[in-house]
Write a protein of this length. Structure first.
Length: 330
């Protein structure tokens, strides 16, 4: 090949590669649109908000509070793109993961109009997101290693943000933990799935240590936590503050290990719910008697949102085809 031919070939290859890079970059930006873009709607009372997983976009969408018919096609899309989402008290929390080498993640605090107020850089894979009823306290969990609670080869990092003071706890592993009346100093602790009480001080979460998982009750002011019982994961406190929904390990191994339960905090009695499928989600209370949660989708959808009565009666019902991260704004 002549020198001129080599030069032409190299120039052509450079143009092609540049074109590919531009296409990839544009596609990546479209898949990870900033949360501070103008939203088509805000956080209004009586609306069900969720991640729309149709076509894999992950945009926040909303529905009327009352169930619709004909496959729930009355959704309004146009919110930010999130991997996980939750909202309450006029505050939204959007966990984002943007492509790149390496990928980058963010916790994005949103106002009532779903406009960005604060962006916090994170490491890992977004996993859980919760906002307290008042909108003041936010928490999120990231997988530092691994991507499933079904195996032992994972590590999590859970953060708590007080939006009133701006104080951020980057990793709650240093909280003073008591198990069976004794202070725990084990270095292998992992926390995840925080849920807040209405006083914005008391909270519940899961901790794993020495091969066991526990439900812990925490105190923000004292920065202490005590284990209440074993085998409780991803707790979710009811609006009236009397019950916790959670997933309980009912089978060993990584195949279909969990079932949804509700724990009465006064009697400490638990009740299995009617959902028979294994639910790997932090269920959300849509009201004092109904829970919403995500399951793997049908017909090629990434996930669907289902509901089930919180008293153990009834049968599961499909609420949103193509959705996850449900949050009903009171």
């Amino acid at each position: 090949m002549s020198l001129r031919a080599r030069v032409i070939a190299i120039a052509t290859a450079t143009v092609v590669l540049a074109g590919v890079a531009v296409v990839y970059t544009v596609g990546a930006v479209q898949r990870a649109e900033p949360a501070d873009a103008v939203s088509a709607f805000g956080l209004d009372s009586g609306r069900l908000y969720f991640r729309s997983t149709e076509a894999g976009h992950g945009r926040v969408a909303r529905l009327p509070a009352a169930p619709a018919t004909a496959g729930e096609r009355r959704r309004t899309t146009g919110g930010p793109v999130c991997e996980r989402f939750h909202a309450a008290g006029g505050t939204g929390l959007c966990l984002q993961r943007r492509p790149g080498i390496p990928p980058t993640s963010y916790a994005v605090v949103l106002d009532r109009r779903l406009r960005e107020k604060r962006r916090i850089p994170l490491t890992g894979i977004p996993n859980r997101a919760r906002v307290s009823a008042s909108g003041r306290m936010l928490s999120w969990t990231m997988f530092a290693t691994g991507d499933s609670y079904a195996t032992s080869s994972f590590s999590t990092r859970t953060s708590i943000l007080d939006t009133r003071t701006g104080y951020l706890i980057k990793n709650m592993e240093e909280i003073q933990l008591t198990i069976d009346g004794r202070r725990s100093h084990s270095p292998d602790v992992n926390y995840w799935g925080v849920t807040f009480a209405r006083d914005d001080n008391r909270f519940y979460a899961t901790v794993s240590t020495k091969g066991k998982t526990y439900l812990v009750e925490g105190d923000m002011k004292k920065w202490t936590a005590r284990a209440l019982r074993e085998n409780v994961e991803c707790p979710s406190l009811s609006p009236d503050g009397t019950r916790l929904a959670f997933k309980k390990r009912v089978r060993d191994g990584a195949r279909d290990p969990w079932r949804l339960y509700v724990l009465d905090l006064r009697t400490m009695r638990e009740r299995p719910l009617a959902e028979q499928h294994s639910v790997d989600d932090q269920a959300a209370w849509l009201d004092d008697s109904t829970l919403g949660y995500a399951l793997p989708g049908r017909d090629g959808r990434a996930s669907d949102i289902w509901t089930v009565p919180a008293d153990g009666s009834g049968t599961p019902a499909l609420r949103v085809a193509g959705g996850s991260s449900p949050a009903l704004v009171p």
